[in-house]
Design a binder for this molecule. Structure first.
Ligand SMILES: Nc1ncnc2c1ncn2[C@@H]1O[C@H](COP(=O)(O)OP(=O)(O)O)[C@@H](O)[C@H]1O
Ligand SMILES: [Mg+2]
Length: 592
C-alpha cells in the first residue's frame, strides 16, 4: 500500500479516536464543573463563580453537541481535517475556561488557589488520556488551561508565586512529553495495524492468483494432451488413409474396366465389389478430412447465404418436431473456405443435433464475426474469423464424452448408427481451413459447436447452395440439370461443373428429373446417365425434348453400345470413365 494512503488512513483513525473519547471528556468536564462549583460555592458565592460555572457547563455541552454531529455525519472521513479543527477549537475553549477560572477566581484564599491548581492539573492529565491521538487537540487544552494560571502566579510578584509558576510550567512540559510519547505509541500501533491489513490483503490476492494459475495450468495441460492425442491419431489415420486412397484408386479403376468387359454372370458380382470399394473410398475421404489431408478449394464465401441455401434441406433432415432458427450478425464477413466441405460439416453437426434431440427441440445456427479472445478456441491466437455456431437443446454430453467426441470412430450411437467420423471430419476440415472448432456441452443442457473460419479479404463468390436454390434468376455461365442415380457420380460431375462456374441442379433419378423439368425452371444443359432404374437416359431425354425441343443434352454412360444409339438420335454422349477435363471440354463445346 502506498505510504500516503497509510498516512491518510492513520489520520482518519486519529480523528475517530478523538471523537470516540469525546463523551468521556464531556462527562469528566461536567462532573468536575459540578464538584468544583460545589466546593467553591461553599466558600464564596459571587457572580464571577456563577458565570465561570455557566461557561464550564456551556463548553462541555458544546463539545457534546459536536460529538453528536460527528456521529450523525454519514461520511466523517471525507472531511477529516474539518472535524479535527472543530475538535481542537472545542478542546481549546474548554481548556481556556478552566484556565480562566484558575487565573481569575482565586482572590486571597490559598486553599482556593491550591484547589483550582489541583483540579486544572487533573484535567490536563485527563486530556492526555482522551486527546493524545491528535496532538493539536491535546495542546489546545494544555496550553489554554495552564498558561493563564502561570501568568496569574507571575503577576503576584512574590518569590513563592514565581516558584509556583515555575512548577506549573514544569508540570505542563512533563504532561506534554507524556502526551507526545503516548501519541507516538498510538500512531505506531495504527501504522502496524494498517500495514498488517494491507499485507494480509496482498497475501490473499496472491494466493487467489496462484490458485487461478494452477487451475489454468491444469486445464492447459489437459488440452495439450488432448491436442497431442488428436495430432498423433491424425498422423496415423492420414498415413493409412493416404495409402488406402491409392489402393482404392487402383481397385476402383480396374473394377470399372472389368465391369465393362464382364459377361452377364460376372457383372453383378463385380458391380457389388465396385459399390463396396466406393464405400471404402468415401470412408477414406472422411479419414483424410480428419487428418487435414483432403483436397480443399477455399474461396471467399458468404456463409449466411450458404446456410440460407441449406435451410430447406436441413428442415427436411431435422423433421417437423425440431425448430430450426438461423441468425446472422449484420455486416458478417465472408469466409475463406471450401463451400462444399462446409456444407458437409454443417450437415454433420445438424445431424448430431437432431440425434441428441430425440423428441423435439430447437436447433440454432448463429453466424457472427469473431476475434480470438476468451471464448475462442485456444489454437487461434490472432486474426479475424467468421464463426458458425450450432446450438442444440438436446441431451448434451458429459465430460468424458465431450473430451473424446472428435476422435475418429468414437461414437456413443449403436453399431451401424454412428460412424464416429462426423465431428472428426468437422474438426479436421476446420483446422485444415486455417480455423478451429470449439465445443461446449453439459449433460442435459444441450450442446454448442462453433466452427471458426478465417475471414476472406475478397468479396464473396456465390456459394453453391445458393446457386442451387436460386439458379432460375441468375445469369451464370450456364445452368445444368444433372440426372444420375449413382450419388458418387452425381457428386463428382456436379463438383467438376461447379468448379467451372456452372450452376448445377442434381436429380437422383428419372422421376425427380422429370419433376424438376415440369416445374418449369430454365436449363441450358441436361446431363443424363444412361442406365437408371425405371427408365433409361435416352428415353428420359426423348420425353424432355417433347416439351422443350431446344433443350441441349449430354448422355453419360458406361455402356459401350449406348453412344451409337445416342448418335443415331443426334444426342451427344460421353463414355465413362471420363477425366474431368473431358467433361468440361464437352460441356463447353455443347453450350458454345
Ligand atoms: N450435438 C450433440 N449432442 C450430444 N452429443 C453429441 C453431439 N454431437 C456429437 N455428440 C457425441 O459425440 C459422438 C461423436 O459424434 P460424431 O463424430 O458426429 O459421430 P457419430 O455421430 O457418428 O456418433 C456422438 O456419438 C455423440 O455421443
Ligand atoms: Mg455424427
Amino acid at each position: 500500500m502506498p505510504h500516503c494512503e497509510v498516512s491518510d488512513l492513520i489520520y482518519n483513525s486519529q480523528v475517530h479516536a478523538v471523537y470516540r473519547q469525546m463523551p468521556v471528556a464531556v462527562a469528566v468536564n461536567l462532573v468536575n464543573a459540578i464538584l468544583a462549583g460545589f466546593v467553591l460555592g461553599s466558600i464564596r458565592s459571587d457572580r464571577l463563580l456563577l458565570s465561570w460555572f455557566g461557561l464550564l457547563v456551556a463548553t462541555a455541552l458544546a463539545r457534546g453537541a459536536l460529538w453528536l454531529c460527528y456521529s450523525a455525519a454519514k461520511h466523517p472521513d471525507l472531511t477529516a481535517r474539518r472535524w479535527c479543527m472543530l475538535a481542537m477549537i472545542a478542546s481549546g475553549l474548554s481548556g481556556a475556561v478552566w484556565g480562566y477560572g484558575g487565573a481569575v477566581l482565586p482572590a486571597s484564599n490559598t486553599f482556593e488557589q491550591m484547589f483550582l491548581v489541583f483540579v486544572v492539573g487533573g484535567m490536563c492529565i485527563g486530556a492526555v488520556g482522551v486527546s493524545s491521538a491528535h496532538l493539536p487537540t491535546l495542546f489546545a487544552f494544555l496550553l489554554s488551561a495552564s498558561l493563564p494560571i502561570v501568568a496569574r502566579f507571575l503577576s503576584e510578584g512574590s518569590k513563592p508565586d514565581a516558584a509556583m509558576a515555575g512548577m506549573a510550567v514544569a508540570f505542563t512540559i512533563a504532561v506534554s512529553f507524556v502526551g507526545i510519547d503516548f501519541h507516538r505509541t498510538i500512531i505506531k500501533n495504527l501504522r502496524l495495524a494498517f500495514e498488517l491489513a494491507a499485507r494480509t490483503r496482498e497475501l490473499d490476492q496472491a494466493s487467489a492468483r496462484l490458485k487461478d494459475e494452477v487451475a489454468q495450468h491444469r486445464a492447459t495441460a489437459a488440452e495439450l494432451r488432448q491436442a497431442q492425442k488428436l495430432e498423433a491419431l491424425g498422423q496415423l489415420t492420414g498415413g493409412i488413409a493416404h495409402d488406402f486412397n491409392n489402393l482404392l484408386t487402383a481397385v476402383l479403376g480396374n473394377l470399372e474396366l472389368a465391369v465393362r468387359r464382364a459377361d452377364m454372370q460376372l457383372a453383378p458380382l463385380l458391380k457389388s465389389a465396385l459399390r463396396a470399394a466406393g464405400r471404402g473410398a468415401t470412408l477414406t475421404q472422411r479419414l483424410l478430412a480428419f487428418a487435414r489431408k483432403q483436397r480443399l478449394d477455399p474461396r471467399s464465401i458468404d456463409v449466411a447465404a450458404l446456410a440460407g441455401g441449406m435451410e430447406d434441406m436441413l428442415r427436411r433432415t431435422l423433421g417437423p418436431s425440431i425448430h430450426l432458427v438461423i441468425t446472422r450478425e449484420a455486416g458478417l464477413w465472408p469466409a475463406l473456405v471450401d463451400a462444399n466441405q462446409l456444407e458437409l460439416a454443417v450437415l454433420n453437426l445438424a445431424i448430431n443435433g437432431r440425434d441428441a434431440m430425440q423428441a423435439a427441440g430447437e436447433l440454432r445456427i448463429d453466424l457472427r464475426n469473431g476475434r480470438p479472445g476468451n471464448d475462442a478456441p485456444r489454437e487461434l491466437r490472432s486474426g479475424e474469423y467468421v464463426v458458425l455456431s450450432m446450438v442444440d437443446s438436446g441431451s448434451g454430453m458429459d465430460e468424458a464424452t465431450l473430451s473424446r467426441a472428435v476422435e475418429p470412430f468414437f461414437t456413443t450411437k449403436g453399431v451401424g448408427v454412428g460412424s464416429g467420423l462426423g465431428l472428426a471430419m468437422v474438426h479436421g476440415f476446420a483446422a485444415q481451413s486455417g480455423g478451429a472448432i470449439a465445443m461446449r456441452s453439459k449433460l442435459g443442457e444441450g450442446t454448442t459447436v462453433e466452427i471458426w473460419l478465417p475471414r476472406a479479404n475478397a468479396p464473396p463468390t456465390l456459394a453453391p447452395g445458393v446457386a442451387r436454390q436460386t439458379f432460375a434468376g441468375l445469369h451464370r455461365r450456364g445452368h445444368v440439370l444433372l440426372c444420375d442415380d449413382d450419388p458418387d457420380v452425381c457428386m463428382l460431375v456436379g463438383e467438376v461443373l461447379r468448379e467451372m462456374g456452372y450452376s448445377v441442379h442434381e436429380a437422383d433419378g428419372p422421376e425427380s428429373a422429370r419433376r424438376i423439368l415440369a416445374a418449369g425452371a430454365a436449363f441450358d444443359l441436361f446431363i443424363v446417365d444412361y442406365a437408371m432404374p425405371g427408365m433409361d437416359g435416352l428415353e428420359l431425354i426423348t420425353q424432355a425434348r417433347r416439351k422443350r425441343p431446344d433443350l441441349k443434352v449430354l448422355l453419360i454412360t458406361g455402356h459401350a453400345d449406348a453412344p451409337q444409339r445416342a448418335d443415331a438420335e443426334g444426342i451427344a454422349a460421353l463414355l465413362k470413365p471420363f477425366k474431368p477435363a473431358d467433361l468440361t471440354h464437352r460441356v463447353a463445346h455443347i453450350l458454345d
